[in-house]
Design a protein around this ligand. Structure first.
Ligand code: THU
Length: 134
């Protein structure tokens, strides 16, 4: 892992501590590097279960709301072994802001120190994007 990546992972772990997951008890933290800035997110659940939002989308929506648009890297922290990768919905939302998905590194970690990484292109190959719209 590069130094920049280690920092992003540390931010994802910090965000995980702020997850609101009283129903699933599955706490997720995310940190994204986008337009040279870092934004954190955590999953936020609801008594109406289907309204839960994932950590990755919380982070990217905060970033986009701040005006950042150029996704560079993602880190996700869960308690799973092996570390969990982002869900399909989050992959699609992340893809929206990736100028080149082959250059966006997604790193997944857990408290045991295990880590896995992929490019976003590997996680959502041949994904649908606005580039296909007229
Ligand atoms: N979750 C995430 O935050 N990110 C993912 O990529 C997968 C799932 C959350 C949603 C829900 O609060 C809990 O984990 C269990 O699915």
């Amino acid at each position: 892992m590069t130094a920049a990546n280690k920092d992003l992972v540390a931010r994802a772990i910090a965000a995980q501590a702020r997850a609101y997951a009283p129903y699933s008890k599955f706490h997720v933290g995310a940190a994204i590097q986008i337009s040279g800035q870092v934004f954190e997110g955590a999953n936020v659940e609801n008594a109406s279960y289907g309204l839960a939002i994932c950590a990755e989308r919380t982070a990217i929506f905060a970033a986009v709301t701040s005006g950042a648009r150029d996704l560079e890297a993602v880190a996700v922290s869960t308690t799973s072994s092996p570390p969990s990768s982002p869900c399909g919905a989050c992959r699609q939302v992340l893809l929206e802001f990736a100028a080149d998905p082959t250059k966006v590194i997604v790193t997944a970690v857990n408290p045991a120190g295990e880590h896995r990484s992929w490019t976003l292109a590997e996680l959502i190959p041949d994904g649908f994007s606005g580039r296909e719209l007229p």
